[in-house]
Design a protein around this ligand. Structure first.
Ligand code: NI
Length: 227
Protein backbone atom coordinates (compact mmCIF):
# COMPACT_ATOMS: atom_id res chain seq x y z
CA UNK A 1 0.00 0.00 0.00
CA UNK A 2 1.15 3.49 -0.88
CA UNK A 3 -0.49 6.24 1.13
CA UNK A 4 0.06 9.98 1.44
CA UNK A 5 -0.61 11.81 4.69
CA UNK A 6 -1.07 15.57 4.49
CA UNK A 7 -0.02 18.23 6.99
CA UNK A 8 2.19 16.11 9.22
CA UNK A 9 4.00 19.42 9.71
CA UNK A 10 2.30 22.82 9.39
CA UNK A 11 3.73 25.41 6.99
CA UNK A 12 5.11 27.31 10.03
CA UNK A 13 6.89 24.20 11.25
CA UNK A 14 8.29 23.57 7.75
CA UNK A 15 9.59 27.17 7.64
CA UNK A 16 11.38 26.84 10.96
CA UNK A 17 12.82 23.46 9.90
CA UNK A 18 14.10 25.03 6.70
CA UNK A 19 15.74 28.00 8.42
CA UNK A 20 17.87 25.49 10.30
CA UNK A 21 18.34 22.95 7.49
CA UNK A 22 19.28 25.48 4.82
CA UNK A 23 22.38 26.47 6.81
CA UNK A 24 23.21 22.93 7.98
CA UNK A 25 26.46 21.10 7.34
CA UNK A 26 25.39 18.68 4.57
CA UNK A 27 27.60 15.66 3.88
CA UNK A 28 27.86 13.46 0.73
CA UNK A 29 25.07 10.86 0.97
CA UNK A 30 26.94 8.02 -0.74
CA UNK A 31 28.88 7.35 2.48
CA UNK A 32 25.86 5.71 4.12
CA UNK A 33 24.54 3.68 1.17
CA UNK A 34 24.96 -0.08 0.80
CA UNK A 35 27.53 -1.35 -1.73
CA UNK A 36 25.09 -1.51 -4.64
CA UNK A 37 23.14 1.65 -3.80
CA UNK A 38 26.36 3.68 -3.44
CA UNK A 39 26.85 3.66 -7.21
CA UNK A 40 23.47 5.25 -7.88
CA UNK A 41 23.25 7.71 -4.96
CA UNK A 42 24.19 11.36 -5.52
CA UNK A 43 22.76 13.53 -2.78
CA UNK A 44 23.60 15.10 0.56
CA UNK A 45 22.62 14.08 4.08
CA UNK A 46 22.84 15.35 7.64
CA UNK A 47 25.08 13.17 9.78
CA UNK A 48 23.12 10.98 12.22
CA UNK A 49 23.22 12.01 15.84
CA UNK A 50 23.93 15.71 15.31
CA UNK A 51 21.95 18.01 17.59
CA UNK A 52 20.01 19.36 14.60
CA UNK A 53 19.07 15.93 13.16
CA UNK A 54 18.07 14.61 16.58
CA UNK A 55 15.91 17.59 17.56
CA UNK A 56 14.11 17.85 14.21
CA UNK A 57 13.69 14.07 14.09
CA UNK A 58 12.12 13.98 17.55
CA UNK A 59 9.77 16.78 16.53
CA UNK A 60 8.60 14.72 13.51
CA UNK A 61 8.07 11.61 15.67
CA UNK A 62 6.02 13.61 18.20
CA UNK A 63 3.80 14.91 15.40
CA UNK A 64 3.37 11.46 13.83
CA UNK A 65 2.24 10.09 17.18
CA UNK A 66 -0.72 12.49 16.91
CA UNK A 67 -1.75 11.47 13.37
CA UNK A 68 -4.35 8.65 13.51
CA UNK A 69 -4.02 7.95 9.77
CA UNK A 70 -0.28 7.23 10.22
CA UNK A 71 -0.86 4.93 13.20
CA UNK A 72 -3.66 3.09 11.37
CA UNK A 73 -1.65 2.65 8.16
CA UNK A 74 1.76 1.84 9.68
CA UNK A 75 0.92 0.13 13.00
CA UNK A 76 4.43 1.09 14.09
CA UNK A 77 6.49 -1.09 16.40
CA UNK A 78 9.85 0.66 15.88
CA UNK A 79 10.68 3.82 13.96
CA UNK A 80 14.18 4.64 12.73
CA UNK A 81 15.29 8.11 13.94
CA UNK A 82 14.40 10.39 10.98
CA UNK A 83 17.23 11.27 8.64
CA UNK A 84 17.46 14.30 6.36
CA UNK A 85 18.60 14.62 2.76
CA UNK A 86 19.05 17.28 0.12
CA UNK A 87 19.14 16.94 -3.66
CA UNK A 88 20.45 19.81 -5.83
CA UNK A 89 22.66 20.38 -8.91
CA UNK A 90 21.49 17.25 -10.72
CA UNK A 91 21.43 15.18 -7.53
CA UNK A 92 19.60 11.87 -7.95
CA UNK A 93 19.18 8.42 -6.43
CA UNK A 94 18.85 5.60 -8.97
CA UNK A 95 16.62 2.56 -8.64
CA UNK A 96 17.24 0.63 -5.43
CA UNK A 97 15.60 -1.32 -2.60
CA UNK A 98 16.15 -0.21 1.00
CA UNK A 99 18.09 -2.53 3.30
CA UNK A 100 15.83 -5.07 5.04
CA UNK A 101 17.45 -5.00 8.47
CA UNK A 102 19.05 -1.94 10.03
CA UNK A 103 20.88 -1.14 13.22
CA UNK A 104 19.13 1.68 15.09
CA UNK A 105 21.82 4.37 15.58
CA UNK A 106 23.01 4.86 19.15
CA UNK A 107 21.57 1.53 20.29
CA UNK A 108 22.47 -2.15 20.00
CA UNK A 109 18.99 -2.84 18.62
CA UNK A 110 18.19 -3.72 15.06
CA UNK A 111 14.91 -3.40 13.20
CA UNK A 112 13.28 -4.72 10.03
CA UNK A 113 12.20 -2.12 7.48
CA UNK A 114 8.59 -2.83 6.51
CA UNK A 115 7.64 0.69 5.45
CA UNK A 116 9.65 3.59 4.08
CA UNK A 117 8.56 7.19 4.67
CA UNK A 118 9.50 10.46 2.99
CA UNK A 119 8.40 13.77 4.50
CA UNK A 120 8.75 16.56 1.95
CA UNK A 121 10.29 19.80 3.28
CA UNK A 122 10.49 21.74 -0.02
CA UNK A 123 7.45 23.00 -1.91
CA UNK A 124 7.06 21.40 -5.38
CA UNK A 125 7.64 24.77 -7.09
CA UNK A 126 11.02 25.24 -5.38
CA UNK A 127 12.66 22.62 -7.60
CA UNK A 128 12.41 20.80 -10.93
CA UNK A 129 12.70 17.01 -10.99
CA UNK A 130 13.14 15.27 -7.66
CA UNK A 131 10.11 13.03 -8.12
CA UNK A 132 10.03 9.93 -5.95
CA UNK A 133 9.12 7.05 -8.28
CA UNK A 134 7.87 3.92 -6.57
CA UNK A 135 7.11 0.68 -8.38
CA UNK A 136 4.11 -1.17 -7.04
CA UNK A 137 1.70 -3.79 -8.38
CA UNK A 138 0.03 -1.17 -10.59
CA UNK A 139 3.26 0.16 -12.16
CA UNK A 140 5.39 3.18 -11.29
CA UNK A 141 3.77 5.79 -9.03
CA UNK A 142 5.24 9.30 -9.14
CA UNK A 143 5.18 11.22 -5.88
CA UNK A 144 6.00 14.91 -5.37
CA UNK A 145 4.16 16.32 -2.37
CA UNK A 146 3.69 19.70 -0.75
CA UNK A 147 6.04 20.61 2.07
CA UNK A 148 4.79 19.06 5.32
CA UNK A 149 3.17 16.04 3.60
CA UNK A 150 4.43 12.47 3.93
CA UNK A 151 4.34 9.36 1.74
CA UNK A 152 4.42 5.85 3.19
CA UNK A 153 5.26 2.87 0.95
CA UNK A 154 6.44 -0.73 1.30
CA UNK A 155 10.22 -0.92 1.84
CA UNK A 156 10.24 -3.91 -0.51
CA UNK A 157 9.39 -1.64 -3.48
CA UNK A 158 11.96 -0.61 -6.05
CA UNK A 159 12.16 3.17 -5.96
CA UNK A 160 14.25 6.10 -7.14
CA UNK A 161 14.51 9.90 -6.97
CA UNK A 162 14.80 11.64 -10.36
CA UNK A 163 17.49 14.27 -10.90
CA UNK A 164 16.89 17.73 -9.42
CA UNK A 165 17.73 20.14 -12.24
CA UNK A 166 16.72 23.41 -10.51
CA UNK A 167 16.58 24.45 -6.87
CA UNK A 168 16.88 22.05 -3.96
CA UNK A 169 14.72 19.21 -2.67
CA UNK A 170 14.99 18.86 1.09
CA UNK A 171 13.26 15.97 2.84
CA UNK A 172 13.26 13.76 5.88
CA UNK A 173 13.18 10.01 5.43
CA UNK A 174 12.98 7.03 7.75
CA UNK A 175 11.77 3.47 8.10
CA UNK A 176 9.14 1.73 10.18
CA UNK A 177 9.05 -1.79 11.55
CA UNK A 178 5.36 -2.58 11.72
CA UNK A 179 3.54 -4.74 14.23
CA UNK A 180 2.14 -6.46 11.12
CA UNK A 181 4.90 -7.58 8.81
CA UNK A 182 2.86 -8.56 5.75
CA UNK A 183 1.84 -5.61 3.58
CA UNK A 184 -1.35 -7.35 2.41
CA UNK A 185 -2.48 -8.10 5.96
CA UNK A 186 -1.62 -4.56 7.08
CA UNK A 187 -3.61 -3.14 4.16
CA UNK A 188 -6.68 -5.21 5.11
CA UNK A 189 -6.45 -3.97 8.70
CA UNK A 190 -6.13 -0.39 7.46
CA UNK A 191 -9.19 -0.73 5.20
CA UNK A 192 -11.20 -2.31 8.01
CA UNK A 193 -10.15 0.40 10.48
CA UNK A 194 -11.07 3.18 8.03
CA UNK A 195 -14.50 1.59 7.45
CA UNK A 196 -15.06 1.32 11.21
CA UNK A 197 -14.03 4.98 11.69
CA UNK A 198 -16.54 5.96 8.98
CA UNK A 199 -19.34 3.92 10.57
CA UNK A 200 -18.60 5.40 13.99
CA UNK A 201 -19.87 8.73 12.64
CA UNK A 202 -23.16 7.17 11.47
CA UNK A 203 -24.29 4.65 14.04
CA UNK A 204 -24.59 4.63 17.83
CA UNK A 205 -21.41 3.81 19.75
CA UNK A 206 -23.09 0.71 21.22
CA UNK A 207 -24.38 -0.59 17.87
CA UNK A 208 -23.99 -4.37 18.00
CA UNK A 209 -22.64 -4.65 14.43
CA UNK A 210 -20.12 -1.89 14.99
CA UNK A 211 -18.94 -3.64 18.15
CA UNK A 212 -18.59 -6.90 16.26
CA UNK A 213 -16.55 -5.27 13.48
CA UNK A 214 -14.35 -3.56 16.08
CA UNK A 215 -13.84 -6.90 17.81
CA UNK A 216 -12.92 -8.49 14.47
CA UNK A 217 -10.35 -5.74 13.85
CA UNK A 218 -8.66 -6.36 17.19
CA UNK A 219 -8.80 -10.12 16.84
CA UNK A 220 -7.14 -9.94 13.41
CA UNK A 221 -4.53 -7.57 14.82
CA UNK A 222 -3.92 -9.99 17.68
CA UNK A 223 -3.55 -12.84 15.21
CA UNK A 224 -1.16 -11.01 12.88
CA UNK A 225 0.96 -9.01 15.34
CA UNK A 226 4.64 -9.88 15.56
CA UNK A 227 6.52 -8.59 18.58
NI1 NI B 1 15.47 4.27 -0.63
Amino acid sequence: MLITIENVLSKDEVRSFRVRLDQADWQPGAGTAGTLARNVKQNQQLADGTELAVSLGQHILRRLGQVPLFISAALPNKIYPPKFNRYADGGTYGVHVDSAVMQIPGTSQSMRSDLSATLFLSEPDEYDGGELEIEDAFGAQTVKLEAGDLVLYPSSSLHRVTAVTRGARVASFFWIESLVRDDGARTLLFDLDQAIQGLTLKVAADDAHLLKLTGTYHNLLRRWTIT
